[in-house]
Design a protein around this ligand. Structure first.
Ligand code: CMP
Length: 141
């Protein structure tokens, strides 16, 4: 059984800086996702910390929140059947060095931190992460 899902995708500051927004959005559309919402954001350090709160105790937390607030990022709500798993497959492994050829992180990531994109990892996190960036009225049909 497949079901239509929404997931949160982020085109991270490294990819925006490298002018990869168009390439990544093109790939999102080519993979069959419907873009339900999309916005350019510049996170504050505090907002990045709130978004990545589950990683608060990790050694890379300060570096991660500093990077995620270092420049603009693009946040998107992607819709498709099994969107969560499918988007994670298109991104590839967290560490670009371990990501399969053809995945976004293999193609565009340069380190485990500067890994070009983010995606929600489960239905509960997708709901929370989508609500972090978008109000219900922002999802277009
Ligand atoms: P993301 O999918 O956005 O979720 C959390 C992020 O933390 C992850 O991508 C990586 O960019 C980053 N991350 C995970 N593990 C490490 C690590 N060992 N060192 C630095 N950053 C990490």
């Amino acid at each position: 059984m497949t079901s239509v899902e929404r997931t949160l995708a982020i085109i991270k500051p490294d990819a925006v800086e490298h002018r990869l927004v168009g390439s990544i959005v093109r790939r999102i559309e080519a993979e069959g996702f419907r873009i339900a919402a999309m916005r350019l954001v510049r996170l504050t350090r505090g907002e990045a910390a709130a978004f990545y709160d589950v990683h608060r105790d990790k050694p890379f937390f300060d570096s991660l929140t500093s990077f995620m607030s270092s420049g603009p990022a693009v946040v998107l709500a992607l819709e498709a059947s099994d969107a969560i798993v499918r988007w994670r497959r298109v991104m590839g492994a967290t560490n670009p060095g371990e990501a399969e050829r053809g995945t976004l992180r293999h193609e565009f990531g340069t380190s485990i931190e500067h890994n070009a994109t983010h995606g929600s990892d489960a239905p509960e996190t997708a709901a929370a992460e989508l609500a972090f960036f978008f109000r219900g009225v922002e999802f277009a049909r």
